[in-house]
Ligand binder design. Structure first.
Ligand code: UD1
Length: 307
């Protein structure tokens, strides 16, 4: 069996690639290394890697024709709400058009696949009051990022229904762990915090710190993805999260306890297009057999020890 992982040199993608290799899967990676890095992949030598942009339609078609993967994990993305507000057209071309092009190619050529998994985001839920978010909760995408993720989700699932393709979507909540690149101001907050503790840098806190997120350790995310494949889930959406709601203030405090350091905080205005509170109901995943193995404290401790 062969799997294609777009964004396979990125933070979540590289963890997935290593697990797939360890399970005996042949793995092909497409990554432009804009945020990812080849050294993220432990089993680099056992993987076919194309350093390419997923928007390059001609390349993607030729690659699919040649490689003929059974499983496709579409993880390539510009993964930031704030970045999508700065660069809406650019992020749209990656987060939407590239996925759409691939679906079209699969449909037109009737390429046989066992699963097409698209990685969407909790950002689609926006700021509606119902919590925790269930997969059938109302959505309210507030940024180009969230709109692209939701629109693409709908395309992926509707293509599945209309053309009988085994498609499935996951909504990642706030994933953290080793390999998350802190280099951009748009990087995930825990990678930035880790960098601040490690290098004694001040941290910029956007807003009052009362905003909440459902932080999930990357190993649990991989567990969820592999389970969704194993159970041959299709035609539906799954929240991928820990199921706990944590404010930024509280996670900073926990991280200070773990590192034994006091963070220097610079206060700044809240970011545009932001979700105020976010927490998932993970019942659907649990029904598949998922159990959260990493509490926030354990995950952060492990992350810090490896930093
Ligand atoms: C994150 C993910 C996104 C995912 C979504 C799902 C990243 C970069 N973004 O978006 O891909 O789809 O979760 O919920 O991983 N913050 C600061 N200071 C900083 C950086 C961030 O205060 O230097 C704040 C932000 O304003 C925000 C919170 O921390 O309130 C989390 O921000 P961030 O890690 O960028 O994630 P989301 O926007 O939640």
């Amino acid at each position: 069996m062969k799997a294609l992982v777009t964004g396979g040199a990125g933070f979540i993608g590289s963890h997935l690639v290593d697990h797939l290799v360890e399970q005996g899967m042949e793995v092909v990676v497409v990554d432009d290394l804009s945020m990812g890095a080849l050294h993220n992949i432990k089993h680099q030598d056992d993987v076919t890697i194309y350093v390419k942009d997923v928007r390059d339609g001609l390349f993607m078609q030729q690659m699919l024709q040649e490689e003929r993967p059974d499983y496709i994990y579409f993880l390539a993305a510009v993964a930031s709400v704030a970045d999508s507000i700065e660069r809406p057209a650019e992020t749209h071309s990656v987060n939407h058009t590239a996925v759409f092009q691939m679906l079209e190619y699969i449909r037109k050529t009737e390429m046989p696949i066992k699963q097409f998994l698209f990685t969407s985001s909790a950002a689609v839920y926006g700021n509606l009051p119902e919590l925790p978010k269930r997969e059938d909760s109302r959505v309210d995408p507030l940024s180009p990022y969230a709109i692209d993720k939701y629109a693409t989700e709908r395309f992926v699932l509707t293509y599945g229904e209309l053309y009988d393709l085994p498609t499935v979507c996951v909504r990642f909540f706030n994933v953290y762990g080793p390999g998350q690149n802190p280099a951009s101001p748009y990087s995930g907050v825990l990678s930035i915090l880790t960098d601040c503790f490690e290098n004694q840098k001040p941290f910029t806190l956007y807003g009052d710190g009362k905003q909440t997120r459902d932080f999930v350790y990357v190993e649990d995310v991989i567990q969820a993805l592999l389970l969704i494949t194993k159970r041959e889930a299709r035609d539906q959406v799954f929240n991928v999260a820990n199921g706990g709601e944590t404010s930024l203030n509280s996670i900073i405090q926990t991280y200070e306890e773990i590192t034994g350091q006091t963070l220097t905080i610079n206060q700044a205005a809240g970011r545009l297009g932001e979700v105020k509170r976010s927490v998932a109901n993970i019942g659907k995943l649990v029904d598949l057999g998922y159990t959260t193995k990493w509490s926030l404290k354990d995950g952060l401790t492990k992350y810090w020890e490896g930093a």
